[in-house]
Design a protein around this ligand. Structure first.
Ligand code: SF4
Ligand code: FE
Length: 470
């Protein structure tokens, strides 16, 4: 299995075409706006070699006959889904941000399910996945299309979607863009998947395939984050880790048949999209509670430096923050523990609890951030830079009134997670990642057995006879 250092070295071997702030980036790994996100992915490799976490971070693979990094493994056993959540919580706590590797993990499992009863697709996919496991690759799971005017279907505005523009004897040519691409610039391969269920006549958009990140025609553009100019400096907030989102442009990218898994198969694509949504909505019950552990810890620390930790309202707010954090985690674990075995041999999550989990993630972290801002006090957004606190002349007087450098650093961490660079992979991703709130309500309305509820109500009201309980 790859090590953290080996992973970073492997990224240098790519000929990635990445733009940052209007300039082609010569060495993405060394760019201060990219490196924190590389570090976060590297943590997923480090844990596989850490005796304390190895059991959680690795898994025996029946495809290659040896242990692989869990981020490349199929959910073959019922406990795999819960282990994923536990691993995500650990990584979320260790990095305080998005470690970017779960979209690929959830994507490969969803594709395994979707290619069930598609022997050609399954064979190609498994052959490709074997290579991913052997090389221990980081995947950019590329789902979200730009979508443009939501009142129009893809054929009415094809440039807003990734689609097949040519079918050749040896493969397909794809064009378009994927947006909000988590960790794209830190990946080895892109796993392109459709971003939504498609209808008859939309077959060109029903494409699932893979390519190296530096395939000819692929260009990435790094997303801008608030305060990202602070990256690598003392005011960064999170001193070591960060998240990453890119726009990925596909300018007539050729994909050979062996890496085309689904092409025009509407039914399989619909299964792929809904299975992925379930997996990834449960995933947020792992990573986000881990991130929230950091925020709770930071808020706690500020109250200690302010001498108010023992005040009853402070204790109560910290308990509330932890309570809401565990609520999210409990739902993610519940969705995973109530998983069922799909006929393909992979376990899938409980769709209702997965969607309830993600729906809470669109709400509870906002309340937790509000409480963190309450506990942090106004200094959160008025504090001078750490350079000022360190200034030989100003420093001593300034530290007397503004507090120590340690206090400043922890306030910067809260600031970053609340509305700085850290809020992109944390707060905003809580809202829109794995689907915006309405997407979960749509699934809940569809999945909930309303008739069963009505039936029982009728029985207990004495309207109907009881045929369930003798
Ligand atoms: Fe993983 Fe969470 Fe990042 Fe999604 S948001 S890739 S689940 S860490
Ligand atoms: Fe995400």
């Amino acid at each position: 299995m790859q090590t953290a250092d080996g992973y970073v070295a492997s990224l240098r071997a790519r000929q990635l075409r990445l733009f940052v702030d209007g300039e082609l980036c010569a060495s993405p790994v060394d760019h201060p706006k990219v490196r924190p996100a590389v570090n976060a992915v590297a943590a997923t490799y480090a844990l596989a070699h850490d005796p304390k976490h190895r059991a959680l971070a690795t898994r025996e693979s029946d495809l290659v006959g040896r242990p692989v990094n869990r981020f490349t493994a199929l959910f073959r056993a019922p406990e795999d889904l819960v282990r994923k959540l536990e691993l995500q919580r650990v990584l979320g706590r260790l990095t305080g941000t998005c470690f970017q590797r779960c979209v690929g993990l959830d994507g490969i499992n969803a594709l395994y399910v979707a290619t069930h009863e598609r022997p050609v697709a399954r064979e190609r996919f498994v052959a490709w996945l074997r290579g991913v496991q052997e090389r221990d690759e980081m995947l950019n799971g590329a789902m979200t299309d730009a979508k443009g005017d939501r009142s129009q279907r893809p054929p009415g505005q094809p440039d807003h979607y990734v689609r097949v523009v040519e079918r050749r004897a040896d493969g397909v040519v794809i064009r378009g863009a994927k947006i909000h691409q988590t960790g794209a610039a830190n990946a080895h391969q892109i796993l392109v998947m459709p971003g939504q269920a498609l209808r008859e006549g939309e077959e060109d958009f029903a494409i699932a395939c893979a390519m190296p990140v530096d395939a000819p025609g692929v260009t990435m553009v790094l997303g801008r984050q608030p305060s990202d100019d602070r990256r690598g400096g003392p005011d960064a907030g999170n001193a070591r880790f960060g998240g990453q989102e890119c726009v990925v442009l596909f300018d007539d990218v050729f994909v050979p048949h062996e890496r085309v898994f689904l092409d025009g198969d509407l039914e399989a694509c619909s299964t792929l999209v809904s299975t992925f949504a379930g997996y990834h909505r449960a995933s947020y019950g792992g990573c986000k509670p881990g991130n929230l552990d950091v925020l709770v810890g930071a808020a706690d620390l500020v109250t200690r430096t302010n001498g108010v930790r023992k005040a009853s309202h402070v204790r109560d707010k910290l308990v509330q923050m932890a309570h809401l954090t565990e609520t999210i985690h409990g739902l993610g674990v519940g969705a995973s523990a109530k998983g069922t075995l799909h006929p393909s041999g992979v376990w899938v999550v409980d769709p209702i609890l997965a969607n309830v989990c993600k729906h809470h993630v669109t709400q509870l972290p906002y309340e937790i951030v509000r409480l963190a801002e309450d506990l942090a006090g106004g200094a959160l957004s008025t504090l001078p830079s750490i350079a000022d606190l360190d200034h030989p002349e100003l420093g001593p007087a300034l530290r007397t009134v503004a507090g120590s450098e340690e206090r400043a650093k922890v306030l910067r961490l809260v600031e970053s997670m609340a509305y700085g660079a850290g809020s992109v992979p944390f707060r905003i991703e809580c809202m829109h990642g794995a689907g915006s709130p309405q997407a979960q309500r749509v699934v809940l309305e569809r999945e909930i057995d309303w008739e069963a509820k009505v039936k029982r109500a009728r029985v207990l009201a004495g309207i109907d006879a009881d045929d369930e309980l003798a």
